[in-house]
Structures are given as structure tokens and as C-alpha cells.
Design a protein. Structure first.
Length: 367
């Protein structure tokens, strides 16, 4: 049994040391107060209720959308159930951008004050000591948490745009990035498949304006929001280029580390799972809780690709507060013995060792 625990720990260490591709979802940003789907849904409801449109047809669509949200349907599901016209989609993009930029700006203040951004340690660990190593980070988020963390390393950072106060999107930078000859330690390549808060469009041109806190006059945010038009938008530039680059990165990856990624993006997860099987690579999923989407995708993947058999599945019960995604009921729990104390080994990933854990009994806790 002890050998099995050591093997588990060694497996995790091997993944971290293999220069894995990092896949970031919204869960990677939640600790910094970046709004989730629930907050965005409320903001959109408030906006649409206060700003009706001029034509009845558009208002009817918006009304159906609001009714779905009021009934407990999630934002993504509601936007998939109702096809909104372009004028409404444009308003959704602007509202989402404005809500997230407010929280992102607060993280930026913490970043420039010297606060250590959580992902920095992982990035440093992977590229440490190797000036030629490239770390690929795939993000479905609009916020700039990954960029802030990368800037705290000594690596050269590539986001697919030329450097400067108004960067220009370049195919050769996105697909074939080259680190300039300088005193950098490693290379961090960040690909944001749904766009970023500092990406904009104007007259068919896509550019990066990193220091903007308001949407510049004449520009529109270059982000892909949930909904029936999501697939169409990901086939437009720069998202099509990005997905092409992600496909190549996934194809050559040794292993994958998914942080806060809910497996809700078919265009990303299908590539990830396909190449994981082809290369017999491991996927390490780091998440606060196992969502229904993760469960369904993992179970389906195990059935389809492994005949229903796998070596090991680690499921964490670390979260003492869980909300049922179907009913909305919140449950609170704790693992305790009803009689005697329980003692056994546990893996401490932060200290990178196996420790002894003592769990007091319920009776002892009452004394």
C-alpha cells in the first residue's frame, strides 16, 4: 500500500517535470475574484431589464433568455437555448468585458505592488534553469492572470502579438514563436482561444492594447462569449489561428495539467483527449470540485478510450462546501470518525512529501 502511494506521488512529480501543457479554465482565476457565470448572468439580466430594445422580436428573445436565467438555468445553457441577434450579442460582449475588467484591474494593482501571483510558482518550476525550455499555456479565460504570473518569471513571454503599446497580430509569431537573443530564462507561450481583455478589433484589424481600462473609441473587444454563435466566432480570426496552434501543441505534448478547467469547450477538449490517447499522455486535473461536465467527460472518455478500465482515479473530498448543480442546494460536510481516531499517510503537494494525518473522532471533537 505504501508503494502505491509513493507511485501516485511520483506520477504527479513526473507530470510536473515533463514540461506539460498547462490548460487554464475559469477555476484558475476564481481565487482572485474574477466573476464566474453566476455573476455575469445577474449583470446581464439587470442590463437587459433596464435597457429594452426598440423592436418587439428582439425584446421577445431577451425576455426568453431572462426567463431561463430566472428558472435556474445557467448562463451558458441559456445562451445555447436562445439564439440572440447580433445587436444583443454585441451588448453581451461589452457587458462581460466591463464586468471582468473591473476585477482584473484589481488583480493588476496587486501584481504591480509585488504580490506573488499563484501560477508564478508553477511556471517557474517548469522552466527553471533551462533557457531553451518552452512552456505552453492554453487559456479559455479573458482575464490576464496568466500574463501577470508569467511576468513575474524571467521568461520571455509570447501572446501572438508584436510587442509595444499597440501590438499587431502576426501569424508567424502565433504559430512559430522565436525567443530573441537576450538574457531570458525560458519561454512562456500563452494562447487565449476565447480572446483577451486587451484584444480589440477595428476595421478588420486585430490588435493588443495592454493598458486599456476602457474600450477605446472605435474598437470592439475581441472575446468569444458563450452561446449558439460561439462555434462560428471561434472560426474567425484570431481564434481560428489560435486553435490551429493549440492543435499542434497538444499533438506534441508529453503530458497535460488542467487547472480549473471544466471541460465545457468541445473545440478544446476534443483535441486534448484525442492527443492524450494517441500519445498515451497523462492528464492531471486540478479543480476545487468535480463538476457534472468533468464527470461526464471523464466517464465517457474512460468508457470509449480505455474500455472502462483505468489504473487510478484520484477524487478529492477536500471541499467541505458543495452546491448541487441541479438543485442549487448547498451541502456542508466533514470527514470524521464516529469512534476512534484515524491515522494514515497523505500527500502534501506543496512540500512535496508524504505526511502522516491524524483525524480526530467525532466524540473527541465534542469534548
Amino acid at each position: 500500500m505504501n508503494m502505491e502511494k509513493k507511485d501516485i506521488f511520483q506520477d504527479i512529480q513526473n507530470i510536473r517535470s515533463s514540461n506539460p501543457v498547462i490548460v487554464l479554465g475559469s477555476g484558475a482565476s476564481v481565487s482572485y475574484g474574477i466573476p464566474g457565470m453566476g455573476v455575469l448572468a445577474n449583470e446581464l439580466k439587470n442590463f437587459f431589464k433596464s435597457n429594452p430594445y426598440y423592436d418587439t422580436a428582439t425584446n421577445d428573445v431577451v425576455s426568453d433568455f431572462i426567463k431561463l436565467l430566472d428558472s435556474g438555468v445557467g448562463l451558458e445553457a441559456a445562451l445555447l437555448d436562445v439564439k440572440v441577434p447580433e445587436i444583443v450579442e454585441a451588448d453581451i460582449v461589452n457587458i462581460v468585458w466591463k464586468v471582468i475588467i473591473e476585477s482584473d484591474a484589481k488583480v493588476y494593482e496587486r501584481f504591480i505592488s509585488g504580490e506573488d501571483i499563484n501560477l508564478r510558482q508553477l511556471f517557474d518550476y517548469i522552466i527553471y534553469g533551462d533557457p531553451n525550455k518552452t512552456l505552453n499555456v492554453i487559456s479559455t479565460n479573458y482575464d490576464r492572470i496568466a500574463e501577470y504570473a508569467a511576468c513575474q518569471t524571467d521568461a520571455y513571454i509570447n501572446i501572438g502579438f508584436t510587442h509595444g503599446l499597440m501590438g499587431k497580430l502576426k501569424d508567424n509569431i502565433m504559430l512559430n514563436p522565436k525567443k530573441p537573443e537576450a538574457d531570458y530564462t525560458g519561454f512562456i507561450n500563452i494562447l487565449k482561444v476565447h480572446g483577451s481583455l486587451d484584444w480589440y478589433r477595428r476595421d478588420g484589424i486585430i490588435c493588443n492594447i495592454p493598458n486599456s481600462v476602457n474600450i477605446p473609441l472605435g474598437f470592439t473587444p475581441c472575446i468569444v462569449t458563450p452561446g449558439t454563435n460561439k462555434y462560428e466566432r471561434t472560426q474567425e480570426e484570431p481564434h481560428r489561428q489560435l486553435l490551429s496552434a493549440v492543435d499542434k501543441i497538444f499533438e506534441s505534448a508529453q503530458n497535460y495539467v488542467c487547472i480549473g478547467y471544466g471541460f465545457n469547450d468541445k473545440h478544446v477538449q476534443e483535441m486534448l483527449l484525442k492527443y492524450a490517447k494517441k500519445r498515451k499522455a497523462k492528464i492531471l486535473i486540478v479543480t476545487k470540485e468535480i463538476t457534472n461536465s468533468i464527470k461526464e467527460n471523464v466517464i465517457e472518455y474512460i468508457k470509449k478510450e480505455f474500455g472502462g478500465k483505468i489504473d487510478l482515479l484520484i477524487y478529492s473530498l477536500a471541499s467541505g462546501v458543495r452546491t448541487d448543480p441541479k438543485t442549487g442546494i448547498t451541502y456542508r460536510s466533514a470527514l470524521k470518525s464516529t469512534t476512534n481516531e484515524i491515522e494514515g499517510p497523505t500527500i502534501n503537494l506543496e512540500k512535496e512529501n508524504i505526511e502522516n494525518l491524524l483525524t480526530r473522532s467525532q466524540q473527541a471533537s465534542k469534548i
